[in-house]
Design a protein around this ligand. Structure first.
Ligand code: ARG
Length: 568
């Protein structure tokens, strides 16, 4: 089924053709609902292009525009916008189609992509901290949305499990490890050892050299060091897995940096041979003289001591994903500080002849209430696992108060759904580049643009059906009379227009905000329009609207990686 936006855009294109005008401008949802539901700036764009009065162009378009089956007579506003206000019968018809559609109107992409989404990607020997929620939640939401639209998605966790830090980890393991502490809390001990080794190697050249030696041994395949490395990776992975379980996030592959180890010499050889890289002061380097922002930012792919870099493994990663995984689209959900790194990688890939669509999807920071990077009192990063557990505990208190009669097990399950949902939603409902303040009170509030508010709207829908002891009615006609039910139906029809927009600029916040507006429309409807107590045909039509609202909320939240509870 087509959306109103698509149908109106088609009608506009027809009108322009009939008026002898080129197709121009856009047809979008109205920015201000007082003027209508949809608008186009076509007359403005054409007026400018042709040096004509936009209002005159608009009249010409209106002469040829045939939309009477969908819209009230379109009006021209301001400098030349054409506005459309949908007719209730058209909305009712579209709602009936939507009601019978499992995909809630969302079309599958006509040109499905083969995507790798690289997200999360934490580093070994460091716990995942609260900042990791951004890449993790955002990447997962994009993966879910892309898959729903019909793209073929591989989710890859590019774990930082190799590199210079392992010299320090291994030296620390050999010299500083407290076996009892390791027994009690393995990851905490691993992190302590790494931190201390790091501090010592900064202040003591002897330790620094010793760490370097351990790294060289590891890289040349020393058995003891490889065993230690393996154990450290396994310990970190356990912690990551626990967090992923809580978050309900799953990867298709987890090819960390170490996976690409054997391929690095070949990468360097290849780039030297093709003259993309050159030898400079003993190192192998790629220069970018003709890329302004990289002109003074060469990329070292082999250090003068023979070691490889983070960049080298990313070049190998591009090759693997395109040639072996046969992907045409690579998305990297990684913080903004790595912008330059990805510019370099993509530029090198381009020079190597890759034509795929490669995107760095950056994001801002999570701030504490003091508006500085969120830290614990002692200035440490806040472990993500602790944040998630606290979210569940806080949600549990809310449920204890709100719904004391639920069983203990139900309460625990719901608390997890609400707590985790709140943390994810607080993140996803912001534009990704915006830094946001992490606030328990705000994210767990039952009112406002929060996950619990949306989940509560869903619960309300479900409770209507429980109360009626009925399931969704089987109808193929909606009767929409009250303004609030027209408003709700119209919002439901927009779901299919919103979902694809999420991928335009990688903005799940567009979907989040839509769901918030939908929940608001539902509450207005619920206040204005009796459902179970109204007579037929209104009763069935309204019940069906409730059902549809529940389905859209559930699906929309699911695309954000958030569950909708039956009760709360
Ligand atoms: N482990 C890296 C970090 O924490 C992120 C890896 C992102 N992915 C990539 N292919 N470079 O900074």
């Amino acid at each position: 089924m087509q959306t109103f936006q698509e149908i109106l855009a088609k009608r506009l294109a027809d009108a322009l053709a009939k008026a002898g005008l080129p197709n121009a401008g856009e047809l979008t949802q109205a920015t201000d609902s007082r003027f209508g539901d949809y608008q186009t700036n076509a007359a403005l764009v054409l007026g400018k292009q042709r040096g004509e009065n936009p209002r005159a162009v608009a009249s010409k378009i209106l002469e040829h525009l045939e939309v009477s089956d969908l819209s009230e007579p379109p009006s021209v506003a301001g400098a030349g916008f054409v506005n459309f206000k949908l007719r209730a019968e058209a909305i009712a018809k579209a709602t009936a189609q939507l009601f019978g559609d499992d995909r809630l109107g969302v079309a599958k992409s006509a040109s499905p992509k083969k995507i790798v989404i690289d997200f999360g990607s934490p580093n070994v020997a460091k716990p995942m901290h609260v900042g990791h929620i951004r890449s993790t939640a955002l990447g997962d939401a994009l993966a879910r949305t892309a898959a729903f639209i019909g793209h073929d998605v591989i989710r890859d966790n590019h774990i930082g499990d190799w590199g210079t830090q392992f010299g320090m980890v291994i030296w620390g393991w050999k010299n500083l490890l407290d076996r009892d502490a390791l027994e009690r809390d393995p990851l905490a001990e691993l992190v302590r050892v790494y931190k201390e080794a790091n501090a010592r190697s900064t202040s003591d050249p002897v330790v620094r050299e010793a760490c370097r030696q351990e790294l060289v041994k590891l890289q040349s395949g020393d058995k003891e060091n490889l065993d230690i490395w393996n154990e450290c990776v396994a310990l970190s992975m356990q912690d990551f897995e626990h967090v992923y379980d809580l978050l309900d996030i799953h990867y298709d592959i987890q090819c960390g940096e170490s996976f690409y180890n054997d391929r690095l010499p070949e990468v360097v050889d290849r780039l030297l041979k093709s003259k993309i890289a050159e030898i400079s002061e003993g190192a192998v380097v790629v220069f970018f003289p003709d890329v302004p922002e990289l002109a003074d930012k060469p990329c070292i792919i082999r250090k003068s001591d023979g070691g490889f870099n983070y960049a080298t493994s990313d070049i190998a990663t591009v090759e693997y994903r395109t040639s072996e995984l046969k992907r045409d689209t690579l998305w990297y959900v990684v913080g903004a500080p790595q912008t330059l790194h990805f510019k370099q990688i993509f530029e090198i890939a381009r020079r190597e002849g890759h034509e795929g669509d490669f995107r760095h999807i950056p994001f801002g920071n999570v701030l504490g209430e003091d508006r500085k990077l969120m830290k614990t009192r002692s200035g440490e990063n806040v472990p993500l696992r602790q944040v998630l557990e606290e979210a569940c505990n806080r949600a549990r208190k809310i449920i204890d108060e709100k719904n004391p009669d639920l069983s203990d097990q139900e309460k625990t399950e719901i608390a997890q759904i609400i707590g985790i949902g709140a943390v994810k939603y607080a993140d996803l409902s912001q534009y990704r580049m915006t830094d946001y303040v992490f606030s328990w009170d705000k994210m767990l509030a039952l009112q406002g643009n929060t996950a619990p508010y949306l989940q509560n709207a869903y619960v309300r829908v479900r409770s209507i059906f429980r109360k009626a002891n009925e399931s969704a009615p089987k109808i193929d006609k909606f009767v929409l009379t009250d303004a609030a039910e027209i408003g709700l139906a119209k919002k439901l029809c927009q779901f299919a227009e919103i979902v694809p927009q999420v991928l335009n600029d990688f903005r799940p916040n567009i979907l989040a905000n839509y769901l918030f507006e939908l929940a608001n429309s539902f509450h207005s409807f619920y206040e204005a329009c009796p459902v179970l107590k109204s007579g037929e045909p209104s009763r069935s039509s309204r019940l069906a609207l409730c059902d549809l609202t529940g389905r859209v909320l559930e699906r929309g939240l699911d695309l954000l990686g958030i569950k909708a509870p039956e009760k709360m």
